[in-house]
Design a protein around this ligand. Sequence first.
Ligand code: MN
Ligand code: MN
Length: 455
Amino acid sequence: MKTVWEKYNGKEQKKVMAFSEDYRQFLSNVKTEREAVRESVALAEKAGFKPFKNVKKLKPGDKFYFNNRDKSLALFVIGKKKIEEGMNILGAHIDSPRIDLKQNPLYEDNGLAFFDTHYYGGIKNYQWVARPLALHGVVCKKDGTNIDVCIGENEDDPILEISDLLPHLAREQMTKTGNKIVEGEDLNALIGSLPAKGEEEKDPVKKNILALLKDKYGIEEDDFLSSELELVPAGKARDLGLDRSMIMGYGHDDRICAYTSLMALLESKDPDRTSVCILTDKEEIGSIGATGASSSFFENAVAELIALQDNYHELRLRHALENSRMLSSDVSVAYDPNYPSVSESKNTAFFGKGISFNKFTGSGGKFNSSEASAEFVAKIRKVMDDNKVMFQFSEIGKVDQGGGGTIAYILANKNMDVIDAGIPVQNMHAPFETASKGDLYEAYRAYKAFLKEMK
Ligand code: MN
Ligand code: MN
């Protein structure tokens, strides 16, 4: 069989398209890690999951979630075996590259008001200019109230923009290397040009913007200090191709694997080994901090569960971690015929060939890669083949071309078997990324098979 499309024809193809449509809507509605947590909790509660609190006893089949600061989640379906015997874990990240506002963002320059920014994650700055941007996030007030902000997604909402230079005057700009065409400090978003009425003093446009913010959200300028506001590409994810076989949208990396992992977990019923889905924050900037994969959050959650199942002992927690298996559900690089020179075609993921496993990630010389063991890979192959899941094995580009990393090594450092397993994506980290609906569906099936059958 050449691609998933030969496998899914007729009625089966309809299933792929229906699943993809649900995902397309999820992706359109979820543009920040907080929005991903909110939406995932809503889906989980609909599927019978409860927040973990005041729980006195654990029994097989129980479904819980732990919410860490509304930015990361761990969801569990308790297995028939003890947690100490190991869990089957799907781990994805829900943060995506974007442009954050600085803590003192607002200023006026020659009659125009701007937000100053600091980009988040690995972006090509020049891709983010001259396009509609939406503002998402939260402003936390001193009185303890949190104000959710989302401007630019409804058709009649205003949008924001970072300007670019016209080609007529870009003679010098166009001679610069890619990383200098638009520099980080120059990513300033235009937010207004209307002066406040009757103001002759300094910064009347900025004053007018502040009055608008005060009126609509009750926000004062100082409140930006305790805000997390993110500029993201405005607009919905869309079907791509005349045949509608692909989806283009903001943040496939890694919400496409987060969504498929979450769906697989929500459908996990009476597993032998406890099923887990971790949705983590901060992957794009190194996975550190309280809500990143390196945080104690997940281990603490497992400790809580062990304490209910047995008398808590640290050894039990350590056993649980080292007996666990994990798929690091993160996107992979899809071969792009427009840029063939960066890939080695025998070890590259292609659209439509199913979920992609990376035995290792890292870069040149396998640096910083946790590399899955051959024994674990053999087990993975068996589960995939037994469940007729179409898969491919790939690397991130040619040996000396570059590379990348995921959260795999963080859990592998707990002495756990981990392999990267995700959906191939084109133009990763661009404002809009592209993925195949066939691979999306096959990854979901792979994640389900892993939760159910990995021993
Ligand atoms: Mn990723
Ligand atoms: Mn990434």
